[in-house]
Every structure is written in C-alpha cells, then in structure tokens.
Design a binder for this molecule. Sequence first.
Ligand code: FE2
Length: 375
Amino acid sequence: MNDSLIESFNEVEELSNKLEQIISLSSKLTTESTKKDSTFLSDVLHIAKDILPESDYGSIFTIKNGKWFYENAIGHDLKKLQSLNLKKEYLFPQSSPAIFDSASFNELNFKRFPKNIAEEFNKATKPLKSSLIHTLKIDDEIVGGISLDISKESNKKFSPQSIKIFNAFGNLITAFLVNHRYLEEKENFQKDLIISIINLLEIHDEYTKGHSENVALLSRDIATKMKFTSDEIKKVYWTGLIHDIGKIVIDNRILNKPGKLTDEEFETIKKHPEFGYQTLKHSKKLKDMAVNIRAHHERFDGKGYPLGLKGEEIPLISRIICVADTWDAMTSKRSYRDPLPKEVALTEIIKNSGTQFDPKIVDVFLELIDKHKIT
Ligand SMILES: [Fe+2]
C-alpha cells in the first residue's frame, strides 16, 4: 500500500470516528435541549471542544436584545467578556465556518469594535494562533456563534476534516437550538396560560388572592427539604399553584360569602377538588396533577373528601399541599377574621399531625419553621 493511500485511509477513519461522535451527540443534545438555554449552550461548547481535540480554548455567545452575550468560555476570561458592551452590529458578516489566524483575528477585532473595546476584547482572550468560528443563524438571522481556538504556543492546526466536522456540528447545534427555543417558548406559554387562569380564579374568589402562590412556594420548600428531584419539585410547585382551580366553576356568591356557610353551600364548595380533577384529567401531561389536586382535602385518617383516601393511599404531593394549604389559610387574613397568630396556627398543625396530616410531612414542615424559613 503506498503512502498516500495509507494517509487517505487514516483520514477516512478519523472522519468516521468524528462522525460517530456527532451521531452519539444527537441523543445527548435531545436530552440537553430540555435544559435552560445557557446550560444547554455551555454543554454544547464542551462537546464541540471534545470533537476537535486540536482546539485549546473556545467560547459561545448568543445575541440578546441587540447585544452580544458570552454564555460560556473555555480558557478565556468569561467575566471580562461578559462585561464588555458588545453590540450586535459589531458582528462581522462572514461565511460559516470562518477560520482566522491570530494576525487576521486581531485585525478583525480592530475593524469590528471601537478601539477601546477591541483592546479590552484582546485582553480578555488568550493569545491565539487560529480561531474557527461558526455563526448560528435561525431564519437568516444571526442568533449566536461558537468559536474554537488554538493557542499561540500550540503547533497544531485545524485540519480540513475538522473544518468540515465543525460546520456539520454548527448546523446540528442550530437545529437543536431551534427545537430548544421552541420548547422553551411552549413551556413559557403554558406557564403564562396557567398564571392567567390563576389570576382569573383570584378575581372569581377573592379569598384565594395570593393563596395559590403561597401554597405553591411552601409546598416547594417542603419538597426540596424532602430531597425531591428538581423535576418533582417543579411538579409540586405547579400543583400547588393550581390546587384550587376547581373553584372556578363554583358560584362566586358562595365563595365570597362573608358570613357562615349553610350545609348545602359547604357541600358545594367541597366539590372543588373533584371539579379540578375533571378539568385537568383529559390532558396527558396534566393527568398526574389532576389526581394530586383531587386529593388535596383528603385526611391522613381517611375522614377527608372527596374519596375518603387514607394514609399513603393519598398521593404524597397531595399530603404536602394539604399541610401548606392549611397553614396558609390559617395565617392569612380573611374578610371575616384576622390571620391567626403563628403560634396558634403551629399548635393546630401539630395537634392534627397523624389525623388530618401525614406526620412525616408535619415533621419536615416543623424543621422548616425551626430554621426560620417560614415567617
Ligand atoms: Fe382547596
């Protein structure tokens, strides 16, 4: 076999190894894309550097509100880069990926930035031999960029394969970024929608003003103390926020009645956990929450409603919300009474541990009080 053939084989092998890395990366990015934008992009930078081992440093930035913001950097001074006032218009139009040697990169910096920023920028970055830059575009608009750099002292260089791979990688990041932003927008939309419904409930039932948020926050603190996973903690928070959603279909003359309720009126109000369940149970995503909402007025001794579930038959999240709900109801002002003093409310919670409440949850709640996390 002659030398050039061996070299070609080596090249193909190297290329196929890198392609394999990119393919395995796809599945990683799929799970990563549920993370926050900045975490996702920071991870992407580290993955890129692994794929192009000749690189020593790197950085990744996004364009936000007309500014150029460094999400992460390897080797360079991230804090300094983040402190520079980099405007979007400083971006230099270039084909992607673009390769610069240190001379042309410094020259470019002085062309694209005002002099003082160029000087600061060069101070914030390590001395480079060359840089490979890929701009990330969505619908022809630059939304960010990723750069991998070789140190001035290094004797390595970016090979033609590396440049091709980096290009493919850049396109892959863009695709995931589109997906990621879409997911984030969808999640934000869902949050906005839920918050709007809660606001509507608060107009409908004046007693719940602020109550949903308080219950959500306290339930979240209890779940955190109980070492729930971050996904479970989020679920507890959202369930707390919408636990009384079923009240929206109850006549507000009953909900807002200042005086004592008749037995019949009380029976109507008691239907709200079931109404909440009926409203949410059809959604695949909210079904779990629906079950937890239905059980937030169950009692540990089985004397609650609507199903009369007992002990651990009651979902754990419902048992948490039950304590947080009762605490907030007792310690908040109602039109017919002032808030109960904290000590009285606390005695009430302790007194009902094991009957109304799960004693394990009460213990965690008491620990939170002890640490003055609840005021
Ligand atoms: Fe309730």
